[in-house]
Write a protein that binds this ligand. Structure first.
Ligand SMILES: [Zn+2]
Length: 566
């Protein structure tokens, strides 16, 4: 009996890491135990038994509700609740659009190629499809007249659904679905994706191509092997299959590789990898989260556990890609640990958010890089950022601003938030946005950003609070003088001055406002004049108060969670 080997997979570039996360996801989903160390995962070769089943099962369960199989069989609910006494025109429309959809799927090449794989299929779906016909109703006919026809069609549909739900049929058709919907966006012309293997059992194809060669490879005596795997450096005997594999089957990678230089990719046709790395690359699609034609992977190589958890982003069939992206930013900030942030300078590379757009043939992968500086700001403002999630504001133009995404976008693009603050305050004055507390959060995040990126521009939270309070007091003073109606005009002028960065105009408006009350303007503004960014922070904080928001919580500075005013 030969000894059981362990397979160790070490973190590398983003592409390989996506494959490692994919394997980890697949094993974890099938409740297999494996080790997660700092920069590698390790598992028994025994876990590769039945890996092909685990592989497809992972995708099928994760993306079930996105599949056409699911859409077709879900009609069962409708049929069960069907009541012939209550049929309306819209029922006919619904049934007809379902029939149209189902006919199209059942005759698609992906389904057709699946039929020949199904063993002992008792129903010929192509024959059944021909029986499916849209319900027709002439002007002379009443709904009652066509009930027999409707019932006949529903019977055919029930029969098809019943068949599609049989274990073996489901296993093959769903595998076809997720190959088409997910896997083929990353991999091409290989194993079960090869056009000649189209009508072969994908489970067997996967096993033969990706698994069998590993099992023999790990027990080989490699001392006399004279080549090395390009990726992991393991020894390989020959530059041909099944001793080694090329990388031409990975969909176009682009040139933004983190570790490898782009010239490498021009030659990747000549590059050879070992059978183990071959398996890892086949799991790339399981490392990404895919929403229709787009996928997302967050690469951060500080440790395996974080890498895996950061990429476990929950989705459902209603999730839009923009939401997935927002969730990914959120996942990054939530998963950053203090130790990671502290050791950032030396230990980790920047975090990359890798996005796949499978409709973009020329350059399917794009990268958002989160530099250490930005990560630090995001980490330090984690709690504040959390309050901005799910916060949508309708603009004058009728579209929606996703506040969290807008803030994050500016942080990632290395821009300040002043334009956003200005816009939100404007919407607030027009009573379109009531969450003044959120504007304050953005002012604080922006203040940290200015302090972090451009040293010395930061203003203490105390000063921000104080300016807000001064604005609030000015408002109260106007109210006491029965001049509340003047506040809006003053606010608009101040807001405009900040937008155009016209400090003179701002100061003129302010001086006039205070003169009206026979008061002097706060000294903080005079100090602030030296620097434009500082001045903006002061000005906006003041406007928060002028809009009627008092800075009341002097005692609770530690707990940012209490900053929320709604
Ligand atoms: Zn290798």
């Amino acid at each position: 009996m030969r000894k059981i080997s362990k397979i160790r997979l070490e973190l590398s570039d983003w592409l390989y890491n996506a494959g490692i996360v994919g394997i980890a996801n697949i094993l974890e989903y099938s409740e297999k135990k494996f080790e997660k160390k700092l920069n590698y995962i390790e598992f028994d070769e025994k876990l590769l038994e039945n890996f092909e089943e685990m592989y497809f099962k992972y995708f099928i369960d994760k993306y079930l509700k996105f599949t056409s199989w699911y859409k077709i069989v879900s009609f069962e609910d409708y049929i069960m609740n069907f009541n012939e006494d209550e049929i309306k025109e819209k029922d006919i429309e619904k049934i007809n659009s379902y029939i149209e959809y189902t006919k199209k799927r059942l005759t698609s090449s992906s389904y057709k190629s699946g039929y020949s794989i199904i063993k002992f299929g008792r129903l010929d779906l192509l024959k059944e499809e021909k029986k499916l016909k849209k319900i027709k109703k002439t002007k002379k006919q009443t709904i009652k007249d066509i009930i027999p026809n409707i019932k006949g069609q529903l019977d055919i549909i029930s029969n098809i659904i019943y068949f599609l739900k049989e274990d073996e049929v489901k296993r093959i058709i769903l595998a076809k679905n997720i190959i088409y919907d997910v896997i083929a966006k990353f991999l091409k012309d290989v194993s079960f994706l090869h056009k000649n293997a189209n009508k072969n059992d994908m489970y067997e194809e996967y096993k033969n191509y990706f698994i069998n060669s590993i099992i023999s490879y790990i027990h080989e005596d490699k001392n006399n092997f004279s080549y090395n795997c390009f990726n992991c450096n393991r020894k390989i005997s020959k530059l041909s299959k099944p001793a080694s594999y090329d990388l031409t089957w990975l969909n176009k990678i682009g040139v933004d590789m983190s570790r490898k230089t782009s010239h490498f990719w021009n030659f990747y046709g000549d590059t050879f990898i070992c059978p183990i790395c071959n398996l890892v690359y086949s799991c790339i699609p399981a490392g990404f989260t895919v929403v229709r034609d787009k996928g997302l992977f967050i690469n951060q190589n500080s440790d395996v556990k974080t890498l895996i958890s950061i990429n476990s982003i929950a989705i459902d069939h209603n999730t839009k890609f923009e939401e997935l992206e927002e969730k990914s930013y959120y996942a990054v900030s939530e998963n950053l640990k203090q130790s990671v942030v502290e050791n950032m300078e030396k230990e980790i590379d920047n975090i990359q958010i890798v996005k796949l757009d499978s409709n973009n043939d020329r350059r399917p992968y794009t990268f958002n890089v989160l530099s250490k500086n930005k990560l630090k700001i995001i980490y330090e403002n984690k709690k504040l950022l959390r309050y901005l999630v799910n916060n949508y504001v309708k603009t004058d133009a009728g579209d929606y601003i996703n506040v969290y995404s807008e803030v994050i976008k500016r942080l990632y693009d290395n821009k300040n938030q002043f334009d956003l603050i200005n816009k939100l305050l404007y919407l607030n004055m027009n009573e379109k946005f009531t969450r003044i507390g959120n504007i304050k959060i953005i002012i604080k995040i922006n203040n940290d950003y200015l302090g972090g990126i451009m040293k010395g521009k930061m203003i203490s939270y105390n000063t921000i609070d104080k300016l807000q309070q001064l604005g609030f007091e000015l408002r109260k003073a106007y109210e006491v003088k029965n001049s509340k109606n003047k506040i809006n005009g003053i606010s608009y002028r101040l807001l405009n001055a900040l937008k155009t960065k016209n400090t003179n105009k701002f100061m003129d408006t302010l001086i006039n406002a205070y003169m009206y009350l026979n008061k002097e303007i706060p000294i903080e503004f005079v100090d602030g004049l030296k620097d434009e960014d500082r001045f903006q922070t002061l000005g906006y904080s003041f406007l928060l108060g002028l809009q009627g928001e008092s800075e009341k919580r002097d005692s609770n500075k530690e707990n940012e969670g209490d900053e929320i005013n709604e």
